[in-house]
Design a protein around this ligand. Sequence first.
Ligand code: ZN
Length: 150
Amino acid sequence: MDLKDLYQEVILDHNRNPRNYGPLADANQRAEGFNPLCGDRVTIEIKLDPAGCVECVHFAGRGCAISTASASMLTESLEGKSRAEALALIERFQEFVKEGGACAHDADDLGKLAVFAGVGEFPTRVKCAMLAWHAAKAALAGEASSVSTE
Ligand code: ZN
């Protein structure tokens, strides 16, 4: 299976069955993201444990298949990480997508997230893929409030 088939499959799967969707009752970090180009809206809620590790991440909102799949995969990717590890992963993902997956080493590192390599070719889709990650970064930084891709 090549990356393109895998991309289709992963996006469809997460779009159909979003993981960790809905409000997180005891969240202590929260941020909203908006991508005006596509109309995607996402809210990321994070529960950090007393040691500062990501105990749980949920997302809510409405958007296109790419923004929904990306948010769904983000929630799975960040869980169990320390705050620093989570921020490092967010930055690696953002670089990777921006560069269109140019760095193969990162692809190994990112696991399933590497399917987003293909969106680098489509600047408007890049914003869809990045939206949840921007919001998660803002939430982890405690900058509550909202972020926009524009
Ligand atoms: Zn979108």
